[in-house]
Design a protein around this ligand. Structure first.
Ligand SMILES: Nc1nc2c(c(=O)[nH]1)N[C@@H](CN(C=O)c1ccc(C(=O)N[C@@H](CCC(=O)O)C(=O)O)cc1)CN2
Length: 310
């Protein structure tokens, strides 16, 4: 471990996210020079949740800084299911848009699960559609959810051994818990998914080599839940009077952990960095698919005309 992304035992997500963004920007420049196209990211924000507005503004700014085009849609909190669906359907058909994300959570009354399905898997840069989730579950290529990919990127940057490791994931959301468990499984970890009905959560955690806390409960994971030398990844973000805190009692857990992510500055910044990476991956795949389709059409036309090209 070279300590590049670490301040003592704290894993520096901010520094690693910067490196991922810079690498992505260089690859975007190469893609644009080769194809004459720029990857385009469409962000869809419904309503006026202040945190969501900040996250979307940051996504848009970082996508432009990486050389991508910005296609933003803002809908009022009163927007109907059909109105949001119409916007997503329009973006799905727009050739300038490589990736679409519907910022979550949505205002009450909207069915996020149904709306997400309107995003074609090829443009699903959040990796949240049923098709993307199925491809991940089967270990087949596809776009992966951003925060879970960011968790794996952080673990890899710190050379955390996952093969055969006991990994405990706390939380079973579609956004983080389930996909991060799948990604850990793909890396041959022995994965336990815990949730609100898990019996003796503390004891399950104490057996973990790697803990990923994504329960959405401030300070849930206590210091004495952490095995000596374990790696702790905190996905939680809670605004409290004491400032931003995660799902882990960081100071207490850091007494025992070999490595731990801070909040803020741990997993959070990786989410947007991985979104940019996914948007580039989507743009490349769409370009290649279009190139192949054009080649096939020309090949077939040549065969029909009897030029011998077929
Ligand atoms: N469609 C999606 N919605 C949501 C996602 C998502 O991945 N896709 N994730 C979260 C929110 N989110 C991005 O959308 C996000 C959360 C946190 C951060 C971040 O950089 N956090 C900083 C703290 C910033 C602050 O809040 O002050 C940190 O942890 O250091 C970025 C993006 C829910 N919705």
């Amino acid at each position: 471990m070279d300590g590049k992304f670490m301040d003592g035992k704290f894993m520096d997500g901010k520094a690693l996210a910067k490196q991922v963004r810079e690498r992505t920007a260089a690859e975007v420049a190469e893609f644009t020079a080769r194809t004459g196209r720029r990857p385009g990211l469409a962000t869809v924000l419904v309503g006026d949740d202040p945190a969501s507005a900040v996250y979307v503004a940051s996504k848009r700014k970082q996508c432009v800084a990486a050389g991508m085009t910005d296609h933003h849609r803002l809908l009022p909190a009163t927007a109907s299911q059909d109105e949001v669906a119409e916007v997503l359907t329009e973006l799905a058909a727009d050739p300038e848009v490589s990736g679409i994300l519907l910022q979550l959570p949505l205002p009450a009354g909207l069915d996020a699960g149904a709306l997400v399905q309107l995003i074609p898997a090829a443009k699903d840069v959040d990796g949240l559609t049923t098709l993307s989730a199925g491809l991940l579950a089967q270990g087949r290529p596809g776009l992966r959810p951003c925060t879970p990919s960011g968790v794996i990127e952080l673990l890899d940057a710190h050379d955390v051994p996952l093969e055969g490791a006991n990994a405990v994931v706390i939380g079973r959301s579609e956004l983080v818990g389930k996909p991060v468990a799948q990604l850990l499984l793909q890396r041959n970890a022995t994965v336990t998914i815990c949730h609100s009905r898990t019996r003796d959560l503390a004891e399950v955690c104490r057996r973990a080599d790697v803990v990923v806390a994504a329960a959405g409960r401030a300070g849930l994971v206590q210091g004495d839940w952490v095995k000596e030398g374990a790696v702790v990844v905190d996905v939680g973000i809670h605004r409290t009077d004491a400032g931003l805190v995660g799902d882990v009692d960081t100071a207490a857990a850091a007494e025992r952990a070999a490595l731990i992510t801070p909040v803020p500055g741990g997993v959070g910044p990786m989410t947007i960095a991985m979104l940019l990476h996914n948007t580039l991956v989507a743009a490349r795949a769409q370009f290649d698919a279009q190139f192949d389709a054009q080649f096939d059409a020309q090949f077939d036309a040549g065969a029909d005309a009897g030029t011998g090209a077929g």
